[in-house]
Design a protein around this ligand. Structure first.
Ligand SMILES: *[C@@H]1O[C@H](CO)[C@@H](O)[C@H](O)[C@H]1NC(C)=O
Ligand SMILES: *[C@@H]1O[C@H](CO)[C@@H](O)[C@H](O)[C@H]1NC(C)=O
Ligand SMILES: *[C@@H]1O[C@H](CO)[C@@H](O)[C@H](O)[C@H]1NC(C)=O
Length: 457
């Protein structure tokens, strides 16, 4: 018995769980000129705290979302019964007046055509007479923009009575008990039907064939993936990175103690290992983590590229409290400058760089696939997970929209009279920054898991 224990102990020392999760998660990342350690240092020491402060501001914590859309693909059993799945929407008086009134100003495209400038101004005035002329102009310009054709995700109609404000700080992304067949049906349909993969190629580790995975499936899969163009490979890796990030959150905010007198959330190392230990995942875990870093780079790049848009004098983080709004805008600009200063950016010009016609077709394919994935989020049975799923796919969709509109953003008019060729709605802005906040938190949490796994030895 003692001998066995010693043996196990020695085995653990030589192949520690920490190494099995992280040994391949180091050094250069594929398809870009960057390494993991530089990202860790940059995120954990420079960016993380700034971003968290910004996300606590009123502008970014209130997200307007429609959680009651019907799933377009199959019937969904609601998980209202799981209390941790519930999302508590905000009552009207919790959301700052400024945020509410500015979203009223969004007209549909047809309404825009019919109403002339003057009528719109009157209409807006009726919503909130305290808006300054400047703000009113800015809001008008905003509401007039309609760029459906550039979007990579479905944006909920904010004017719909089904859309509600949710306070993201009060509804954190964490373990909800939503797992099993229904949860993996979501991911399965994303990977199987929306990632350009032929049915004949099997993904490694499909949940119900766990035991049968011999390694040859994985080899076939990865050689198929390597044969894909860089864009489709990137697409797959973004989805996998998003999946990894969500699982890191659920492992880091696991419901550890659930008794009548206390509920405690915290790190669950064994849950983390279920997803990321190379031994428990036939070598998949470290790949998932590398995809998370890839996703981080893409979103960071989008933020850097979006800077000129947010620098426009007419852009406001409008909540109706001018001084605070100005400070938060400054904080946002500092953050984006920091993102710009990151030395090893992903080079998105290598994407869609081939033959013009093919590139355009490819971009459209990817846009439509992503759009479809954002629809699948309406099929998530657990509302808490649906909220964060929608927010994160919308954030990533917005990041892609930014990356592929870089030229329009650089060319934004300097004067406020011209009609801008690029626009983001408040919902897109809130989701872009909050989605990046999730990924940034995941990278930060990896550090915690590294030390927890090291302790366990
Ligand atoms: C706002 O605009 C109106 C009409 O253009 C003008 O009469 C008014 O003086 C302006 N108010 C301020 C505070 O600039
Ligand atoms: C959208 O996703 C659903 C669910 O996975 C799938 O059945 C459908 O074929 C997809 N549609 C397109 C256009 O990709
Ligand atoms: C941690 O997660 C595992 C599943 O991966 C579960 O069986 C275990 O009970 C959890 N530990 C705690 C303390 O909740």
């Amino acid at each position: 018995m003692k001998l066995l224990f010693l043996l196990l102990f020695l085995l653990q020392v030589f192949r520690p769980a920490q190494g099995r999760c992280f040994c391949q998660v180091t050094g250069d990342l594929d398809d870009c000129a960057c390494d993991v350690e530089t990202i860790d240092r940059f995120n954990n020491n420079q960016l993380f705290n700034k971003l968290q402060t910004l996300l606590e501001s009123d502008y970014f914590r209130f997200y307007k979302v429609n959680l009651n859309k019907a799933c377009p693909f199959w019937t969904v059993r609601s998980h209202c019964g799981l209390r941790d799945c519930a999302v508590k929407p905000c009552s009207d008086n919790e959301v700052p007046e400024g945020i509410r009134s500015s979203s009223h100003s969004k007209y549909s495209a047809e309404a825009n055509e019919q109403l002339d400038e003057c009528e719109q101004a009157e209409h807006l005035g009726a919503v909130d007479v305290s808006l300054s002329n400047e703000t009113r102009e800015a809001l008008l310009k905003w509401s007039k923009h309609d760029d459906e054709a550039q979007r990579f995700c479905v944006v909920d109609d904010e004017a719909s009575p089904d859309s509600q404000y949710v306070d993201l700080l009060l509804n954190p992304e964490r373990f909800t008990g939503y797992k099993g067949p229904e949860a993996w049906q979501i991911w399965n349909s994303i990977y199987e039907e929306n990632c350009f993969k032929p049915f004949s190629i099997k993904r490694p580790l499909i949940p119900n064939s766990y035991q049968s995975s011999s390694g040859s499936e994985a080899r076939t899969f990865y050689s198929w993936l390597e044969g894909q163009c860089v864009e489709k490979r990137a697409f797959y890796r973004l989805i996998s990175g998003l999946h990894a990030s969500i699982n890191i959150h659920l492992s880091a905010r696991y419901l550890l103690d659930d008794s009548w007198f206390q509920r405690k959330w915290g790190h669950n190392v064994s849950e983390f290992r279920q997803h990321f230990d190379s031994e428990l995942t036939s070598g998949e875990g470290p790949k998932r983590l590398r995809n998370l870093y890839f996703l981080y780079l893409i979103e960071l790049r989008a933020l850097a590229k979006a800077l000129p848009f947010f620098q426009q004098p007419s852009f406001k983080l409008y909540t109706g409290r001018p001084e605070e709004d100005q400070n938060h805008k400054q904080l946002l600009l500092d953050l984006l400058q920091l993102a710009r200063s990151f030395p090893l950016h992903f080079d998105e010009t290598s994407l869609f760089a081939g033959n013009k016609k093919e590139a355009a077709k490819l971009k459209e394919d990817i846009r439509l696939a992503f759009l479809n994935i954002s629809r699948i989020m309406d099929c998530v049975g657990c509302f808490k997970c649906r909220l964060w799923g929608k927010l994160q796919t919308q954030g990533l969709g917005t990041a892609l929209k930014v990356l592929f509109s870089a030229q329009q953003i650089e060319a934004l008019p300097k004067s406020s009279n011209q009609r801008p060729s690029f626009q983001l709605s408040r919902q897109e802005i809130v989701s872009l920054l909050n989605a990046f906040g999730r990924i940034s938190t995941s990278i930060r949490e990896l550090e915690n898991f590294r030390s927890l796994l090291a302790e366990k030895r």
